[in-house]
Design a protein around this ligand. Structure first.
Ligand SMILES: [Zn+2]
Length: 288
């Protein structure tokens, strides 16, 4: 009897299907490789949902807490303004990975929907948006064909295990002319090039894909989207968050110690504006 087992590693590129891959680094026991055809950088291990569940149960990041709302809201408002220039009249928005619903708060006048994996965060968003906030993964989110004007994915798409099926689903849920906005880390910024495996966003298995303008645009166009804009929107962040980011999810003890020293101090709370082109936002539409 021939029983075929799922491969433990990607043998071809999940975005372009090219079979010429090369290894870059091993980080936290995960092999990170690059596609020689389209240049996508990604975790070559096929990570299971169970593996991710147990990983996330052990990860904390206070940059997504209410204490950091002022910093988070800076980007949320920038994106809301950008959406407003394309959609002067409010419509229906879905925020994937909506956390406590703070981006939705910036979408004033819109019919706001969200999905969120963490029940405590979803419950907080539900206080304002009711049952339009669904707890669970995007795979579990009910398919609503052609329903939304805008779908936003912020700090979430580089965590997805299956990017193309997720984009396909977004495409189907948008009305023709509807827009998707995806914010990810940019693996091709100068800072990432200079730091290699020490780039702060290289945190497998939290981040499984490492995009740039070219590879994210390719993923979107492979699913039928038309790219209309891409830009580097700056961020506001606290000094202590920088130390935490540099600790790469606590795996660099020196930086984590600095974070712990800064925690609760007035210096750690100092906020500043950053734009190293290390975050990219790509906007695409479902053609009418
Ligand atoms: Zn490729």
């Amino acid at each position: 009897m021939n029983i075929s087992m799922p491969a433990q590693f990607y043998l071809s590129c999940p975005i372009c299907a090219g079979s010429s891959l090369r290894s870059l680094w091993t980080v936290n026991g995960y092999s990170i490789g690059k596609c020689n055809t389209c240049t996508l950088v990604f975790v070559q291990n096929r990570v299971t949902a169970e593996e991710l569940d147990s990983h996330y149960a052990s990860v904390t990041d206070d940059a997504y807490d209410e204490s950091n709302l002022e910093c988070l809201s800076y980007y949320y408002q920038e994106l809301a303004n950008l959406i407003g220039t394309r959609f002067p009249k409010p419509g229906r928005v879905l925020d994937l990975g909506c956390a406590q619903g703070w981006f939705l708060d910036a979408m004033k006048g819109w019919e706001c929907h969200g999905s969120e994996m963490v029940e405590s965060r979803a419950a907080s968003a539900r206080e304002r948006y009711g049952d339009r906030i669904v707890t669970g993964s995007f795979e579990e989110y009910p398919l609503r064909e052609g329903y939304f004007d805008v779908i936003a994915l912020q700090d979430v798409f580089d965590h997805f295990r299956d990017p193309l099926p997720s984009l396909d689903k977004c495409y189907r849920m948008l009305r023709p002319g509807g827009m998707i906005a995806i914010k990810v880390h940019n693996i091709s910024c100068l800072y990432a090039k200079l730091t290699g495996a020490n780039f702060y966003a290289i945190i497998p298995p939290s981040h499984l894909f490492y995009y740039d303008r070219k590879t994210l645009s390719l993923a979107l166009s492979n699913c039928g989207f038309q790219i209309v804009d891409s830009r580097f929107i700056g961020h506001k962040l606290k000094i202590k968050t920088v130390a935490f980011r540099l600790s790469q999810n606590k795996t660099k003890p020196g930086f984590y110690r600095i974070y712990k020293l800064l925690e609760g101090t007035s210096i750690g709370e100092v906020k500043f504006h950053k734009n190293l082109h290390d975050i990219i936002t790509v906007i695409a539409v479902r053609p009418s």
